[in-house]
Design a protein around this ligand. Sequence first.
Ligand code: RM4
Ligand code: RM4
Ligand code: MN
Ligand code: MN
Length: 433
Amino acid sequence: MAQTFRIDDEFIARENERAQAWVDEDAEHLARVLRRSGRELEPLVAAAADFRLAVPSWGVGTGGTRFARFPGPGEPRDVYEKLDDCAAIQQLVRTTPAVSLHIPWDRPDDPHALVAYANARGLHFDAINSNTFQDQPGQARSYKFGSLSHVDAAVRQQAIRHNVECIAIGRALGSRALSVWIGDGGNVPGQVHTRRALERYLDSMAGIYRALPDDWRVYLEHKLYEPAFYSTVINDWGTSYYCAEQLGPKALCLVDLGHHAPNVNIEMVVARLIGARRLAGFHFNDSKYGDDDLDTGSIKPFQLFLVFNELVDAELDRTPGFAPAYMLDQSHNVTDPIESLIVSATEVVRAYVQALLVDRAALADAQDRSDAIAALATLKRAFLTDVSPILALARARAGGAIDPVAAYRASAYRQRKAAERPADASRVTAGIV
Ligand code: RM4
Ligand code: RM4
Ligand code: MN
Ligand code: MN
């Protein structure tokens, strides 16, 4: 394989030199502010450095809408090039060493070679995603009217086989979880028998569940609508929770932030799933209207913080079995996908650190006194603290960039990839289209 451009760690270190002075100054000031309320800065830097988040392979390509896709220069054309881009993100932010693959978009010819390639770049594989929401060339039966819940048993069998194959690929890659999101649903009232469709889904999922190794989990991902616009088989967290209960202890519920009706109190959904011991983890993104797949934290950063407030609360409570998987799941239509993923990864860690700042004793006290104003003020104090110096220090100490987007731009990575990767529409599988 020809030598391809990689960002040099030395280059990142040199970029950091220019910003180090102000980071230290800001960190010193923040440390004084935190000390006033009895908090130390260093444990927060350590917590930020320990945080781990997976990047979606499909996120490094340019996405599209049902109207158009506007490809960007230097898009990755295969799974190896996607890993190169994920490695660049990891080099700059140092919290994203895991990649979540999507099959068949990323089906490897040689899984062992792919693992070696990933490991050589400091990456490994997180949950593997199946895809029964599209038809693939040469596929015997169509998913136009559904997959795991299809009325035709032969279509359901094909979809089950695909998921079982995903488990096999995932095993070879070192994954420990299968994410199942289906597009099944109806476009007009009456099209789908609501109860029976769910029964068929559960029956199919039971077949997939039986193929799961003991140390694996299956993540059930619900979504309110799209591609079906009238009804969706796994439409909300309640349905997802019911299905997980029916399937068994290895089935957990995945929360994609974009997959709820507008204004749904997602932090409460998270709290319920934690309480029920069924929270699989997250697909982080943001949304204004529907499943817009906008950059994480770009629209509702306070909501993201409130989600992390629940997660940190559960962590501090030492809730048994609490180990959520954190992943990004976004579609980048107009931005450079690498920049969007860098910014989003940063925003996720920011929300986590802000949530660590919540004065839990003050919050509990306000709750016990039913002092609503004091409770909100406690949360706002944490949310409004600018923890940027903590995030910058955590990145820089791990070899990442103080200002990862600036360093990425200065590296000319995109321009280099544009030259290395001449557009080849027949090969590009990246992005949600
Ligand atoms: C848009 C809009 C326009 C139509 C396109 C195809 O949503 O409704 O009128 O031309 O779709
Ligand atoms: C869906 C869902 C899934 C993702 C696909 C590409 O809306 O979020 O997680 O795999 O998009
Ligand atoms: Mn998702
Ligand atoms: Mn989605």
